[in-house]
Ligand binder design. Structure first.
Ligand code: J2J
Length: 545
């Protein structure tokens, strides 16, 4: 049982079944890296082209993780402690993650885009003992953010900085002589907390175990053809679940392959890296895949090493999917995954029609898929409904969220994904829409309620409803419908955006558009009809296009 007071674990009979089936191999991340370092000491594990450029071998990454683990233990960071990690795509990301894995401290994977509001919540809610940041990245000084957060969260004992630490501690000063780790993490225990895209006021945390996550990695490797000769380009933010695990950087390291870190995902950065490093696969969200297919037509860079392009995080249109092979000369794999668990891939030998028209099928024969109506009745194959799932790498509940879990999971442990799908006769899933109150902004998830709460704090705002609006490039953008207080000072759309930004939110959550109305359309039972608001803004955009 992985049951703890913090999160519901897999029931014993399921855990036994997953072990007996060979899915859960009884490995941990810490030991996995040690084994790879013994097998492939001199092979390059991580390439970080930033600055002078660094290439760490497996032996070097392993030794660094050991030394950092010892240093963290010496500073009182230990098993079960939470550590909020907010690093860009740099080699230290893996040094820190594996050091934490080794001592059994749990990384909490924040994104570089997060700001005070999110980071304060992660640090306070997880009772984190440490926060790891770069000094300055993409022009933003994370040390100032850390100072602010630390003042609000007294339990946060350490801020470790990659680079110039300012008033904090340099990560480079932490490593110490390796020690024997007493209470090593065990395979069924938690390895980290991943962030949920979410639909609630604050992002929920996803507790993943070594056993379940490592299963998703080695299976993804088989499905995507990753072996020790593969070269994975990490173009999306490394902390996101897609580039981390589908098959991602951790899948690549599991295979003994090479991870190449792209500081940014744009073709001008990524294409030269593909050529230089002989990249064989990478993963992108749909808007970037479009940019890449367009840029490939005019590039002088040799992209011929690229075998597989994974596209997921948001719906990839059939039309765009058809362009991938002609433009980039590689195989497209659509991937429909979620940090909570379930990941679907089109297979490398699927017929082209399936690859361009579906979002794939589950990793595991033991991924249970249900497509149901609003009352949880199972629908026939081919009908569109809510996707529920349970399986060997899908969580049974969020971390410290019992009330929310009662809504997000069925009594028998199926996760309510909030996705609306259709199952084809071949067992593939087609994503048709979404029932959760979320905007999928080109793969970046925005929980409507979170933004609504921020806008409601504005003194002139009486009520607000945040909805998606169609967008050619991102698929969706965010539109906030605002009702002002009677007699309130008139407010401009820009002022609302500025207000949200000033509350310290990731830039991708600031509404793209603000519309002022006198009242909201209502549903039959007197709730705000977001469906009508979505239709209204879509019609308005179409008429002005
Ligand atoms: C439509 N919607 C999709 C797709 C995800 C691999 C790939 C992606 C994620 C991810 C991930 C979609 N078509 N191809 O974790 O390991 C939407 C769904 C889903 C939500 C999950 C991985 N691929 N989505 O995107 O946790 O709505 O994970 O429930 O960020 O993204 O978001 P997230």
């Amino acid at each position: 049982m992985t049951e703890t007071t913090d999160a519901p674990g897999y029931p014993a009979e399921f855990a036994e079944r997953y072990r007996a089936a060979g899915y859960w191999r009884g490995e941990t991340f810490g030991r996995m890296l040690r084994e790879r370092a013994q097998k492939y000491p001199d092979r390059v594990a991580v390439v970080d082209p930033a600055g002078e450029g660094r290439r760490w071998t497996y032996a070097e990454l392993d030794a660094r993780a050991d030394r950092l683990a010892a240093g963290l233990l010496a500073r009182g960071v230990g098993k079960g402690d939470r550590v909020v990690l907010q690093l860009p795509n740099i080699a230290e990301f893996f040094e820190v993650v594996f050091a934490l894995f080794r001592i059994g401290a749990l990384p909490v994977f924040a994104l570089p885009a997060h700001r005070e509001s999110e980071i304060r919540h992660f640090c306070a809610f997880t009772e984190a003992v440490a926060y790891v940041i770069p000094d300055v990245s993409e022009g933003y000084d994370y040390r100032a953010l850390a100072t602010t957060v630390r003042a609000d969260v007294p339990g946060l004992r350490h801020v470790f900085v990659v680079g110039d630490p300012g008033e904090h501690t340099a990560l480079a000063d932490v490593p110490a002589e390796p020690v024997v780790i007493e209470d090593e993490p065990r395979p069924h225990e938690l390895a980290f907390l991943q962030l949920s895209g979410g639909s609630t006021g604050v992002p929920k945390l996803i507790p993943r175990t070594h056993d379940d996550y490592i299963y998703s990695l080695w299976s993804s490797n088989e499905i995507c053809g990753v072996d020790e000769d593969s070269v994975y380009l990490c173009a999306l933010p490394a902390a996101h679940n897609f580039p981390l695990s589908s098959p991602g950087t951790l899948g690549a390291l599991y295979a003994g392959a090479r991870v190449v870190l792209a500081p940014r995902p744009s073709p001008d950065v990524a294409f030269p890296l593909i050529e230089r490093e002989g990249v064989t696969l990478t993963g992108l969200v749909p808007p970037l895949a479009l940019v890449w297919t367009e840029a490939a037509a005019n590039t002088t860079h040799d992209l011929s090493s690229l075998d597989v392009l994974l596209v997921g995080g948001a719906k990839f249109s059939e039309e765009a999917a058809r362009r991938v092979r002609p433009a980039l000369g590689c195989t497209l794999q659509q991937v429909f995954g979620m940090a909570e668990g379930l990941v679907n891939y089109t297979r490398l030998d699927d017929p082209e029609e399936i690859v361009v028209t579906t979002q794939g099928r589950p990793i595991s024969p033991d991924d249970e898929i249900r497509v149901v109506d609003d009352e949880d009745n199972d629908l026939p194959v081919g009908a569109t409904g809510h996707l529920l799932t349970r399986g060997p790498y899908t969580i049974r509940g969020y971390w410290r969220a019992p009330e929310h879990n009662a809504r997000s999971f069925t009594a028998d442990g199926f996760y309510r994904t909030g996705d609306v799908v259709r199952l084809t006769g071949t067992g593939h899933l087609v994503v048709e829409g979404r029932a959760k109150d979320q905007i999928n902004r080109g793969g970046e998830k925005v929980a409507a309620e979170e933004i609504e709460n921020h806008i409601l704090a504005h003194p002139s705002v009486h009520d607000v409803a945040v909805v998606s609006m169609p967008d050619d490039y991102l698929g969706e953008r965010t539109c906030a419908y605002v009702v002002l207080r009677e007699g309130a000072e008139p407010v401009k759309s820009l002022a609302v955006k500025k207000f949200v930004r000033a509350r310290g939110l990731a830039a991708f959550k600031v509404p793209d558009r603000v519309e002022f109305v006198d009242a909201f359309p209502q549903t039959g039972i007197g709730k705000v009809s977001k469906k009508d608001l979505r239709a209204a803004i879509a019609a308005q955009l179409a008429s002005t296009a």
